[in-house]
Design a protein around this ligand. Sequence first.
Ligand code: ARG
Length: 460
Amino acid sequence: MKLWGGRFSKNTDKLMDDFNSSIHFDSRMYRQDIMGSAAHVKMLGACGIIPQPDADLIYKTLFEILDDIENGKVEFEVSAEDIHMNIEKILISRIGDVGKKLHTGRSRNDQVALDIRLYLRDEVKEIKSMLISLLRVVLRIAEENINTIMPGYTHLQKAQPITLAHHMMAYFQMFRRDLERLDDCLKRMNVMPLGSGALAGTTYPIDRNMVARELGFDRITENSLDAVSDRDFAIELASCLSIIMMHLSRFSEEIILWSSSEFSFIELDDAYSTGSSIMPQKKNPDAAELVRGKTGRVYGSLMALLTLMKGLPLAYNKDMQEDKEAIFNAVDTVKQCLPIFTRLLDTMKIRKDNMYNSAKGGFTNATDMADYLVRKGIPFRDSHEIVGRMVAYCLGKNKGISDLTMDEFKSFSDRIGDDVYDAISLETCVNERKSPGGPSPASVAVSINNGKSYLYNVSE
Ligand code: ARG
């Protein structure tokens, strides 16, 4: 018999049960469902809506059920539809009529809205601490490579020399914003919907603030229609998760490039690489590729959720049961990607020499050569032109600018003197970029210090 079977004269078809049921994906919210019910029943007792001894018995039994679920002693039924009715049915099977009082002043619509918020709140906390671990590794690599010169790119063409520390700290900023976005998302998620009933609240003298306090919510929702209809918090989370994946995917793309023999900037640890079934020499960056690939499914979840909600009239519609698989999949994917990516980064070998040698090619000091001429009194537009001709000349001779002899230099401008070699060395190019936010060791040290104090103060 269904918990809602009263007005029906026959059973639902098996096909309908399977179609309608969400237990195979919402059972993961069992703990949140029980915590929510426990807070609800405590409130029902305290407000005199049900007798205190009944409330106590329900409360105690809920936690026994929780233990049994965690010890694998409970089997959920597809015919009981979802986690909410499965647990209520088990409760009633254990304590009979008293158990039937739990659902007083409550609907599954506000119950599920509560459970998802509770569930996602826990997941966000875990993701936050994974992001913090990643930030720590990024910062560690930066600290160790404040003088590791590498080429910086635009259009994937060598542009100007930077340091690996500077490159790492760029990702630090991205992941830090991701962390801040999650905190912001939590502010709107951490609002308590229970007591909104099916859509129009309840006539019982409930104390919603008590339930909110019991469950650690910041406040209660202000409109019962909104509270049971709103899935913004899940969409917002999917959007935060998509941005995290976008950052991870970009970083993965660089890891993949850097570990290719064309770049050879890094070597991935064997523990996080894979081989080929046919080509014996191969060592493939599969972990990074999977992170890049899985980004698609998280974006997919965001699109699924946005599309799911766009045409729904207020208030609850069963379409909304579809929210869970989408957001769970996004959460699971991010939780899978963050730790593996962190380990991959933490264990990779950095080929400093190759980075340095690569920065020597591609005329990465051309801007500095032009700036040198400016310091010698030549207007920038003219110096740009002179250096352009110098580059064309060097290309013909297969040389870098610093390889030119003094005679060759003089043929471009007689203002050039012996001090040019030092002025356009990679070290000078990097060290002199002292503008705040720039790649000089001095500027990056400031950013590393800021990063450290951020991580020191951040709450997990
Ligand atoms: N399993 C449902 C869901 O995930 C719970 C809410 C059902 N409410 C209803 N009126 N059918 O959305």
